[in-house]
Write a protein that binds this ligand. Structure first.
Ligand SMILES: Nc1nc2c(ncn2[C@@H]2O[C@H](COP(=O)(O)OP(=O)(O)OP(=O)(O)O)[C@@H](O)[C@H]2O)c(=O)[nH]1
Ligand SMILES: [Mg+2]
Length: 413
């Protein structure tokens, strides 16, 4: 379970273990971590749901291993489990495909590796149970050819090859798709950044929400100073500072007041715009909001929430956003909602996808969703960009980001 004292799961380098039932996926997690944390047994189908195990794996740092159900599970329930194993891919930075040396690579592994390549997820293959007989030269060549990814022979029972599995995990872990800066590139050491976080009935008790925590962390890590206030004290806060802050960052719901209370020469943006930039492509989100301006009555809009953890009665995704979009479009628009893991593979029937901030999604998953939508000729935007647009302050909120500002001008109707 994620707590305030651990690295958030979405920020951990996530390593999924996949393979047929009984291949030794759970045993491999135990061997890699040196702990007995995953349940193993000779019974096929021991692991039924994805299980996340957070740990430190040097030199990578905080990682999460994901143990999954077998790719060859059968029956209605089995098919659902296989689907869940595939869903884990949306969070994976690296996949380990585990194969029983005696069984070799079949269409279960090949289909899966194909999906990995489609999603551009780096992967390695572990040929397990080599204590019972390692593949000969010819068999090994065939396995390497069929897998098409780096391959290691190992045994979780004797420990043979486990060190090499670790080496290959490290060698194939690509960090170029690690998350870029949140605010670090907008501030200098010694700068002050003012954060505005309304505390209303929707705010969680006794703490700040994850995007706020992460922004504070990024500011102090940049040797800058974070000053945090509610929207009502913003004016006073700015008066008290002896120098104007480098930036004011607000929760979208306080946009109007914060924009009014922040002098125009001080850059101002929102948490959700910062996250939209970090996780995806802000310029593309801006083009998506422009597409909403061109909506015609009868067109369809998909609203996607990455998680369901802060649903309220006057829900932004179910009430406010549809209302705003109908107003912008000036007519009846058909809305469809999806949430959690179920991002539809086919979005071609929609004019625009409106996505939540995606605080529970990692950058890779957000990129995958954006690519999918783009390939199908659909537009995408997100809550934060749309709210800024509706409030009439999108140009100001985008001013710190030249590429996105340009996209806003270029895509003007
Ligand atoms: N001989 C031998 N047996 C192994 C090895 N690794 C795992 N096993 C055994 O294979 C069986 C299945 O191991 P698990 O780790 O539960 O396999 P799994 O892939 O997680 O299986 P499911 O959860 O059922 O999909 C257990 O009886 C393990 O003890 C190995 O390297 N050599
Ligand atoms: Mg298992």
């Amino acid at each position: 379970m994620e707590t305030m004292n651990t690295t958030p799961m979405a920020s951990r380098f996530t390593i999924g273990l996949f393979g047929r039932r009984n291949a030794g996926k759970s045993s491999l997690i135990n061997a890699l971590t040196g702990q007995n944390i995953a349940l193993t047994s000779p019974q096929a189908g021991t692991t039924t749901d994805p299980v996340y195990k957070a740990m430190e794996l040097l030199p990578i740092g905080p990682v999460a291993f994901v143990d999954t159900a077998g790719l060859d599970d059968e029956g209605d329930l089995g098919a659902k489990r296989v689907e869940k194993s595939y869903e884990v891919l949306r969070k994976c930075n690296l996949a380990v495909v585990v194969v029983d040396a005696a069984a070799g690579i079949t269409r279960f592994e090949s289909d899966f590796i194909e999906e990995l390549q489609r999603r551009k997820i780096p992967a390695i293959c572990v040929v397990n149970k080599c204590d019972r007989g390692a593949p000969g030269e010819e068999a090994l060549a065939k396995l390497i050819r069929l897998a098409g990814i780096p391959l290691v022979c190992a045994s979780t029972v004797t420990g043979y090859g486990i060190g090499e599995v670790k080496n290959q995990i490290v060698a194939n872990s690509h960090f170029e798709d690690a998350e870029p800066a949140l605010v670090g590139d907008l501030i200098h050491p010694g700068d002050t950044a003012v954060l505005v976080t309304p505390i209303d009935k929707a705010a969680p008790k006794g703490r700040l929400i994850l995007p706020q925590q992460q922004t504070i962390r990024d500011i102090i890590e940049s040797d800058a100073i974070a000053v945090i206030t509610k929207e009502h004290e913003l004016k006073l806060t700015l008066e008290r500072l002896s120098q104007p802050p480098a930036i004011v960052i607000t929760d979208s719901q306080a946009f109007l007041k914060v924009s009014a209370d922040t002098p125009p020469e001080i850059p101002m943006t929102s948490f959700s715009i910062l996250f939209a930039r970090q996780k995806g492509d802000l310029a593309e989100m801006v083009r998506g909001v422009r597409r909403i301006e061109r909506l015609k009555p009868g067109e369809k809009v998909l609203i996607v929430e990455g998680c369901t953890h802060h649903r309220q009665s006057d829900d932004i995704g179910t009430v406010k956003i549809p209302r705003w979009i109908r107003q912008i479009a000036g007519g009846e628009i058909e809305f469809v909602w999806s949430s959690g893991a179920c991002f539809p593979k086919d979005t071609s029937g929609y004019a625009v996808v409106v996505h939540c901030g995606g605080c529970m999604l990692n950058r890779r998953e957000m990129q995958y969703r954006m690519d999918l939508v783009r390939e199908q000729g659909t537009y995408i935007t997100n809550y934060g960009v749309l709210i800024a647009y509706v409030m009439g302050i999108l140009p100001r909120a985008l001013a710190p980001f030249p590429a996105a500002s340009l996209a806003l001008e270029e895509s003007a109707p």
